[in-house]
Design a protein around this ligand. Structure first.
Ligand code: GLC
Length: 473
């Protein structure tokens, strides 16, 4: 089977969120299952690759809405996957990935470039796997401009939704770039909506956990697209994400002193020493370290952390660390807390790969009280590193974290149901107290968490089966 995977970000070349990680893990996992994998991704300024390792594949001229622009294609062999960087000096040579006035134009250009670029491959793929709103116009443009051509006629398209909140919502002005008469298919509430178009026009659709798949069919989680999702319900499935063992595994992790369950305390101590030293935290290594790693976005339920942190500091002896960036309100809040409680609280604004690995290894408790969570990778990583997650029961968090049951002793973390700061605070206290007072039970939960298998292999196998239902055989 030949699959072309299309993504607006891919680790380690570009990253703003979990999509980048999955765009790295999934093609890699599928390639290991003998799927012929090509990835199309924009060649951003951030992707600093040795020019000598890139081979020039070809060039195409994209014409859209009266604009003419050239794109170059470079291939790069990367861990069994053929990555094709789509280069356009005007649209992608910028400091950020998104957030420009011409985003619609930029990703429409990328979409044409992918469809045009298929002709440069040795073989036309059987399936185009697109991701999120940035690629949502592809099935529409395919139908209007490429489907009739013989070489393209058998192509099928499937779309993965990693997040319903970001939809690519633009003024109807941008419709001129689609080179076609005005259409209602891409309109949603009087605006052009890329995600809606992808949902409507793809052969199949999936999202990244079974629970989120069901949640988005409801008014509360559908972000106004629940109607169209219900319309496509029979073609919508949920497939759980997985994490790559070569990247996230305390036994092999190149950033830390390696450990497994039998010596996890020593492993955590070594990692704590490094982090506490670098960030001037009190060297009370026996106390509990509670962390948050992720985007600073409302989606993540950070207001619950913001409103309970000082209580948690006053009524426990735990230490806290926050790593991430985004909303300046939260960036500022964590900075202020670090200044107000030196030694107890630490923070780092931005993305820092090494520090993230060190923190997963060092920590005892991982916070993720998301309002909604399509899948979430942090909780899966933290469990693998023996850091027990405190999560809200939603989406992928519900599907991956088994809440501690005091009667059976089963559990891989802690969870609460309602969007309530009090419930969140209670759970964090419960976790801190359990670790302090019941080290035996804590050990058993850590073992159960570390043994959980949310692997890249599992995810890749599930996608392969899904692909077969789309192209048959
Ligand atoms: C988005 C979602 C997150 C998911 C990731 C990868 O970032 O918010 O839940 O894990 O995409 O699919």
């Amino acid at each position: 089977m030949k699959v072309a995977f299309v993504t607006s970000e891919m680790f380690p070349f570009s990253k703003t969120g979990g999509l980048a990680d999955i765009a790295y893990f999934l093609p890699k996992g599928l390639a290991k299952l003998n799927t012929d994998m090509t990835v199309f991704t924009p060649y951003y300024r951030t992707a600093r690759i040795d020019f000598n390792l890139l081979s020039f594949l070809g060039k195409k001229t994209i014409r859209m809405g009266g604009i003419e622009t050239d794109v170059n294609y470079f291939t790069y062999d990367f861990e069994g996957v053929k990555v094709i960087f789509v280069q356009n000096m005007h649209y992608f040579e910028r400091d950020r990935l998104y957030g420009y006035n011409d985003d619609a134009e930029r990703f429409t250009c990328f979409s044409y470039a992918v469809l045009e670029g298929l002709e440069l491959l040795d073989h036309m793929p059987d399936l185009l796997h697109i991701n999120d709103w940035q690629t949502g116009m592809i099935p529409y443009l395919y139908e209007k401009h490429y489907k009739g051509k013989f070489t393209y006629s058998k192509l099928r398209i499937t779309m993965t939704i990693h997040n319903m909140e970001y939809q690519g919502n633009f003024d109807t002005y941008v419709a001129r770039f689609f080179n076609h008469d005005f259409d209602y298919e891409y309109i949603h509430f009087d605006r052009v909506n890329f995600l809606k178009t992808g949902i409507l026009k793809s052969d199949k659709i999936n999202t990244v956990s079974p629970s989120y798949r069901n949640e988005i069919l409801s008014l509360d989680y559908g972000f106004s697209l629940d109607g169209i999702l219900n319309y496509r319900k029979n073609d919508l499935v949920g497939i759980l994400n997985g994490i790559d063992d070569e990247t996230f595994n305390p036994e092999k992790d190149k950033f830390i002193e390696n450990y497994n369950f039998s010596n996890y305390k020593a492993g955590k101590l070594a990692a704590k020493k490094k982090v506490y030293d670098a960030f001037h935290l009190d060297k009370t290594y026996e106390k509990t370290l509670v962390i948050y790693i992720g985007r600073y976005a409302n989606q993540k339920g950070l207001w619950m952390i913001q409103n309970s942190l000082e209580d948690l500091i006053h009524h426990s002896d735990a230490q806290f660390f926050f790593l991430g960036s985004g909303d300046p309100n939260y960036e500022n809040f964590f900075k202020v807390m670090t200044e107000k409680y030196p030694g107890r609280v630490g923070n780092y604004i931005g993305f820092n790969e090494r520090l993230a690995h060190e923190l997963y290894a060092a920590s005892d408790i991982f916070l993720m009280p998301s309002e909604f969570e399509p899948c979430g990778l942090g909780q899966m990583i933290s469990m693998k590193y023996g850091s027990l997650p405190v999560v809200r029961e939603t989406g992928g968090l519900k599907d991956t974290v088994l809440p501690y049951n005091q009667y059976t002793g089963e559990g891989t973390g802690f969870s609460f149901k309602n969007l309530s700061m009090i419930d969140f605070k209670d759970k964090v206290f419960e976790a801190i107290m359990l670790k302090k007072n019941n080290p035996k039970i804590w050990d058993s939960l850590v073992r159960q968490a570390m043994e959980k298998d949310y692997s890249m292999e599992k995810m890749a196998k599930a996608y392969l089966e899904f692909y077969k239902t789309i192209i048959g055989g």
